[in-house]
Design a protein around this ligand. Sequence first.
Ligand SMILES: [Zn+2]
Length: 689
Amino acid sequence: MKSTRISFRLFLLICLLAAFSLSASAQETKQPAAPLGPAVVPSYIDRSVKPGDDFFLYSNGEWIKHTEIPDDRSYYSPGSPVEDETQKRIADLIIGESKSGGKERKIDDLYQSYMDEAALESKGLSQLKPHLDAIAAIRDKKELARALGETLRADVDALNNTSFHTPNLFGLWVAPDFNDSDHYTAYLLQGGLGLPDREYYLANSESMREIRTKYQAYISTMLRLAGFSDPDARAERIVALEHAIAEKHISLADDNDVHKANNPWKKSDFAVKAPGLDWAEYFRGAGLTPQKNFIVWQPTAFAGEAALVESTPLETWKNWLAFHLINAQAAGLPKAFSDEQFAFYGKTLSGTPQQRPRWKRGVSLVDGFLGDDVGRLYAAKYFPPESKARVQAIVNNLLAVYRKRIEALTWMNPSTKAEAEAKLDALYVGVGYGESWHDYSNFVVKPDDLFGNLWRGRLAAYQRQVARLGKPIDRKEWSMTPQTVNAVNLPLQNALNFPAGILQPPFFDPKAPDAANYGSIGAVIGHEISHTFDSEGSAFDSKGRLRNWWTPEDFAHFKAATASLAAQHDTYKPFPDLAINGRQTLAENIADLAGLAAAYDAFQAALDGKPAPAQGGFNGDQQFFLAFGQSWAEKLRDAALRQQVLTDEHSPGHWRVLTVRNIDAWYAAFQVQPGDKLYLAPAERVKIW
Ligand SMILES: [Zn+2]
């Protein structure tokens, strides 16, 4: 579960609305990737900060002082140029494919449809009109239920790429069944909000009130542009409805608790457990009439939202449907619509002053809809076999370390250890790219029809997922494309993916010293492996089934240790009025801690008793921890940081780096003493795996 890195998630909402890929974002001026290397960069270090007071600022303070976030971004890190370079490569592949036929023809047609702005202006509202007419023609709640069903898309992912947000009433995720991990089933998740999370509706801070006011104004503007009368009054009712929906939603921290999510409902259960919505019509609209079994992630939200369908006037729902249609299709409408969308979702919600150039957005769009077609080309051109071999060696060392660490745990009973070891033995670790490619043949792309391409692309993706329901699972299936600069753990498949995109400097370099590779990509790999055993991963057995394989006393120990890690993070305050939520970020923090500890052991094992060569005046251990600290260097705009703290399962980079305070070797490496701000007495250092 849970991708490793955060940067791209900040674009989540815009990405969902415009169906852009979550991968590589881009910036106008390309920076040289060369001096970054995975070795420690001494010029980033702020020697005026004591390592024991703030290891993030010590590792990165000078880089922070001398780095400006580009205007078209909400976030910047030393990895951003890598994302840029990757995006540039993707763009070259896409644009370079324009002359060929077949699959590549589709890539080019989609890209051209995005670039043809004149066509968007000349078509105006003509393609939107029939959709709006269909909504206007809805006569009763039965027809409404059908229309709501027709909006269901495969746009959420609870455990792999972790996206809990859909602006549609509900979202579908097709994945191995919690209770039968050999077959795919249908998970349904709460939805219906245009803002990123329920907190945006319910929190009473001034910044949230301001966002709500601007959101309502944005809805009104979009309705006015689409030709609606009385847009202010309609917008007010839409926001009131979404506020009522938000009150029914469960929190992100609860979303992350798989034990609360395992609620198998038969189709006939819906009318009884969530009355108010005509479910037979809903499922007919969604094309899910033949599907008998579902897992409902948030039962109380389903009951609450279904009741709102009954109690809220039909006209309000029709306005809500119309707004969300316009919002989802904005990129395929005249420029005024996408400009307004960026002004709200880009500027107001993320603090990004300027929109990325159109060609970059076009590349993201193609990458989002045809990611594996692009990935096939990318992997062939940019992932050398020697990188694969070297990464595989690091992975094997880390797996060996985990095995040893589990064996050595004094608090764990042999029966629990045996299943933990079985999980490691069965783990599938994919390096570079997958063993098969997604087939996009059901997606019809037309070079002069962006509106239609957006619509058909999302529908085709949905239909591909629905077609998998009930089929046997493929444990080796990837959930990321090769060009993604990220990594992921897939708990229901007991599998890891390390795409080619992250296996390059500054994360990994086959020519770099071990200290740097283990501190950077080693900690990332360790992080992903340890998701196998984090607060959620520990709930799945070696076959990916949701099953309790722990003895009660082992589990009690695990809970106590993880609770103290959550408490540690609760004390971190990125803003005076906003602290990190230790429970919401717990799984990621466990993964950071276990991953760093394992990477350190694997680094020591790789040294095989020989001293690590000094570099830039730093010994091996210092290089290892600095490489870790620098791998999380980042700058975020305040609005984006706030959004991350509220909506993300990852702590921001600054606080992830503070994980070091739980590792004994860090104290020795930097002579950290009592009285230093990060100092923890040995008994207070959290040790889990
Ligand atoms: Zn993670």
